[in-house]
Design a protein around this ligand. Sequence first.
Ligand code: 13P
Ligand code: SF4
Length: 351
Amino acid sequence: MAFNAQTVDDMFKIMVERLGKIVPEAELRYKAELAVEVNRLKQEKNAVILGHNYMEPALYYSVPDYTGDSLGLAREAARTDKDIIVFCGVRFMAETAKILNPEKTVLLPSPKGGCSLAESITAADVRELRKQYPGVPVVTYVNTYADVKAESDICCTSGNAKQVVESFNDQTIIFLPDEFMAKNIAKETGKQIILPTKNPAKLKNSGEGVEYRMIGWSGKCEVHEKFTVEDIINVRRQFPDVVVLAHLECKPEVIDAADYSGSTTGMIKYVETTQAPRYLLLTECSMGDNIAAANPHKEMLRLCSIRCPHMNEITLEQTRDSLLYNRYVIDVPEDIRRRAKQAVDRMIAIG
Ligand code: 13P
Ligand code: SF4
């Protein structure tokens, strides 16, 4: 929730109190000025700001009305009554907000705000898979663009992927586009998985004795694919009492070596509700700063050489400019939006 300060001095004071150990004071003074301006514009324009857990600390703690993971923010987008939604996150998230709110203006502060997973698959790819595996339902991770969602039966996020997959019982499903998440969820739900690009002929009931219950895709998150088991071994060697948290987009062997895996909000709640002396976070580094700010007595270890270049594009300056100049407007063609909404509505209802 946004800091409720009307003046720059008050905002600066609150920021120093919360973030003084994480962000240099000189930087906080400038950020306090920007934050007060953003909050003034937000009121003037009857806007709501949704901030993903990866936003940098000064932004994360000062201007969003709601912070959270993809699922939580989609739910907030579905219930807002404001005229404008400013999405401090990436494009696929802002598109999801637009899919749910066709009559509202949805703004993304960066003109790009991409995502390597969203870019790994097209709507034509999904249509081709449907042809290859007729009648098999398509579950699509929310990190995809609207036209891909429109070809899907249901979306899911890292916060409810297991429940969504379990809702199909032991039916065979197509799970797109994150290869590692598909493998992680297949393991959790006891499903055999195959990547169609590798061996399309070997699908279930092929006579070879294996029934594949999940068909994946080879998309990857450019941030989470870089974490390795070696990273965990090295940190455990130095800090034997460390608790390791990994996002579900990490490789299966990394998830196996971690103590907890889940969505970004799942990781935040895990730290809040457990009492380890230190935690290693295998996810975008800014989130470690945000958790450290809220849990000053717990040490957060993080591998900050690995950043999400897309999330990092969203700054307080960009957020102010998006409200000042009404940019960058997110539009989704109506026929795509209507079809994508069915898949998103089903996702919101689960978990
Ligand atoms: P969450 O839904 O867990 O916040 O994940 C979104 C994301 O892009 C992680 O890289
Ligand atoms: Fe996409 Fe990975 Fe960045 Fe998340 S961290 S927005 S999955 S590129």
